[in-house]
Write a new protein. Structure first.
Length: 95
């Protein structure tokens, strides 16, 4: 019984991680949507996009049917981390 519960918990964690890190519905033609946005709109626009998305996920955390607070907060953190990576890489790249 305990082993079954652990399996269910692990499966749920993997499903939630897939919803957060690189969900398949954001990929097309071998590219992820955010990478194409970088190519089309540039780093500054994507930094702002990440800020707005992080705000949105924190604002609505736990309010959307079928999404847990935990998943929404992980999505917000993903966008905050991506934004920081863009800023840090940009600064290093153009210094």
């Amino acid at each position: 019984m305990a082993r079954d519960l652990n399996f269910i918990r692990k499966k749920k964690q993997l499903e939630n991680q897939d919803k957060v890190n690189h969900p398949s519905h954001y990929q097309k033609g071998g590219k992820e949507c955010i990478d194409v946005m970088l190519e089309l709109y540039g780093i500054q626009a994507v930094i702002h996009f990440c800020e707005c998305n992080a705000f949105k996920y924190r604002w609505r955390a736990g309010l959307k049917t079928g999404e847990s607070t935990e998943v929404d907060l992980k999505k917000a953190k993903w966008y905050e981390d991506y934004r920081e990576n863009l800023i840090n890489n940009t600064i290093k790249k153009y210094e």
